[in-house]
Design a protein around this ligand. Structure first.
Ligand code: SF4
Length: 140
């Protein structure tokens, strides 16, 4: 009987101790410090063009320093390229007109009065202003 009475008197104290322990444990979770705020991103640096000391515009390709197209090279042959427009093969290219020549072709990128200049069909080479090929397109 003595043990039973002793047990009954201890239960409230044990319960109180247990509650105190639990509340203490939960209070520790409540006091966990919040994570540190993320630092604000640094503002982006303004875009600036690369530093250069040369302010002259790029020189236009005149074609004066380019090698001339060889009329015997395969692309030239396939296009019927001739160094002198009047020598175009009239039988093979009946649409050729006497006033058609590289200097007034839209693919000729040099000035109309340049003696020779680049053509888009012959990269790295120049055609003569008075030449012609079957890809001629009237300059606008
Ligand atoms: Fe001349 Fe025009 Fe033929 Fe080029 S495409 S070779 S510029 S005629």
């Amino acid at each position: 009987m003595n043990n039973r009475r002793h047990f009954i008197t201890l239960v409230p104290f044990a319960g109180a101790a247990l509650l105190a322990a639990c509340s203490k444990e939960s209070s520790t979770t409540d006091t966990v410090p919040a994570p540190a705020p993320m630092p604000a991103p640094e503002p982006a640096a303004p875009m600036t063009p690369p530093a250069t000391t040369d302010t002259t515009p790029p020189a236009a390709v005149s074609g004066a320093d380019l090698p001339l197209v060889d009329p015997a090279e395969p692309v030239a042959v396939s296009l019927g390229y001739v160094a002198v427009a009047s020598q175009a093969d009239k039988a093979k290219f009946p649409n050729h007109a006497a006033d058609q020549m590289c200097s007034n072709c839209s693919l000729y990128t040099a000035g109309e009065n340049a003696p020779q200049g680049p053509c888009a069909l012959f990269p790295g080479k120049a055609v003569l202003a008075g030449a012609w090929c079957s890809a001629w397109v009237k300059r606008a």
